[in-house]
Design a protein. Structure first.
Length: 158
């Protein structure tokens, strides 16, 4: 893989975490209504559940990827993330949403841990810093672009 496609892939993998949080924020009121959450503060658990899964599972991905390889572990993490995203999209209850969001966080943690490891495996010194800097620039550009507006929130569909 060439240098710039590698940077683009690195930035896209970094963006999965931001996507899982930022796409939910504008739609939290509508989600709370659809899931029958009476208390406004309870809807914050949708974000917290994701962060709990994300935070706790990061500890394990480094060791697992050292044993089984970066690529298979990253692909399993992405598969978990996609599966949990679909489950969350069709969750009919608050409990199902919480379980899906914890699972989504577990899957997304693979990208957080393994992207840095993969960059470190492929580059060192100034080149590693260059890859991470360019990936961060691309990531920030993707994060601030208008395509990120949530289609499920009327307030953001302008």
């Amino acid at each position: 893989m060439g240098f710039y496609p590698f940077v683009g892939l690195t930035a896209a993998l970094m963006a999965t975490n931001a996507l899982a949080i930022d796409s939910m924020l504008p739609a939290l009121p509508q989600m709370a209504e659809a899931l029958g959450i009476a208390e406004a503060n309870q809807r914050q658990w949708i974000i917290t559940a994701y962060l709990l899964g994300f935070g706790v599972s990061q500890i394990f991905y480094g060791t697992i990827s050292d044993r089984y390889g970066r690529r298979p572990v990253l692909l399993v993490g992405l598969a978990i993330y996609v599966f949990a995203s679909v489950v969350a999209a069709f969750a009919g209850s608050f409990q199902a949403m919480m379980a899906a969001r914890v699972l989504q966080g577990i899957g997304a943690a693979a990208t957080r841990v393994l992207v840095v490891s993969i960059v470190r495996d492929c580059y060192s010194g100034r080149e590693m810093a260059r890859v991470m800097s360019l990936a961060m620039i691309v990531f920030l550009a993707m994060r601030s672009s208008p395509w990120r507006r949530s289609p499920i929130s009327p307030a953001w569909s302008s």
